[in-house]
Ligand binder design. Sequence first.
Ligand SMILES: [Zn+2]
Length: 494
Amino acid sequence: MIEGRIPDLVVAHALAVDATRARPAHIVVHRGRIAAVLDATEPVPAATRVIEAAGRVVIPGGVDGHCHVAQITGRYRTLDDYALTSRAALWGGTTTIMDFGIPRDGTETPLAAARNKLELARQARCDVALHACVIAWDPTVPDQLAELADLGIRSVKVYTTNRGTTMADDDTVLKVMREMVRLDGLTYVHAEHDAMIVDCTERHAAAGEAGIRHLHRTRPELAEETSVREVLAMAEYVGAAVYFVHQSTPGAVDLVGAARAAGLDVHSETCPHYLALDERVYSAEFPEWFACCPPMRSPETVAALRERFAARAIDTIASDHSCYDLTQKRERRDDIRQMPHGLPGVETRMPVTFTMLSDALGAPSDPAVLQRFVEVFAAAPARINGLPGKGAIAVGYDADLVVFDPDRTRAVVASDLHMGTDFSPFDGQELRGWPQIVIARGRVVLDNNGFHDPGPTGQFVRRRGYRAADNDAGSSELVSTFRRESGNPLVWVP
Ligand SMILES: [Zn+2]
């Protein structure tokens, strides 16, 4: 066979699972993309490498829409960089991460913050897309947002809490929404009512309850739901598409669902820890493992959130990955107002999510369970965020593939993970559904022989507009590059 005339890779006899279908197939990969998806009853085409996947499930690589990499907030900096986080993502079956360009203080502009992340992301091993962030409005912001959209950064995050650091006031939130409508983009919102949280936290502090053991009492569910309500009203007024990050209560999810039913373009994200953990962790031995905002909720709330998740009321699951270590977490465990909040999770998103879903929905290898998993883990984050070529096993899409074992159960051991930290909030939990082989843009980065660091090969993914009609990432020229001529073999047509 002449060099270059056969495809680079075939994943043979796989059960290829998308969000909408599961079919036995040979997945043909060439030059980093999916070149053909052949019926598994056909002969396996010749290829430079063939991975035999008989009896195995293959899903699209995960898309984590909410990660913080090398994040500086106040006096704390997360301990990872793009090389570390992207390797950990790949270990966990995620092939695209989305980070945020968050201005570190009043002197850094949204554009500068995003450009900084673009530069850092050159070290990434997996693909990267970005969200911008606006903290304070000024007359230069519209031009900055237009420039960011030209760069392929088409969402802006705003925080309704974190007074003094990342919080944006109502004027800013509303103006950002308006600009994002103009730019066909998406507004990401961290929604917690700041005045309630400040009041509640100060009252607890005055009563001597400022330590990490009291975190869940200082940020009531009502504060989250009140802010969601207010933001939804602004979204309706402006006509803006809004994505709520890390929803932690059924009430917040239901508000978004009702708004969507009324015709608004609104989306709900939750995180693995809000499904798998509850507020009892704050009375456990190491409460600082669970310092994040919103905090873990009551067992009743968690049970109701799991029901919403199983019932498709939540669009996506993201890690909200933030890599602090225990030294940072313990330094001010006496005062939640001073300690860094956020949990490492880019590597554990797959098994936590799959365990939660399969516990709720039934047999792990049931195609309906697998499809639902692909939807929240890869397809919906790719679709909602306008990531071309991601989230499906289809011709022309990027060859981001995971051979996934829905039945494999093992306990999380924090010291075996690969994130830039020394703990995991899931340490010791028995979780089901782990990656066996991970392929990123056609490169096998994880297989039975271990991890093969591809070097800084991750690409920056430019996003399309939120409403852009071109929903298909496929490349017609690629479709025509493989042709089956009178039977076999598959012929590469340059
Ligand atoms: Zn976050």
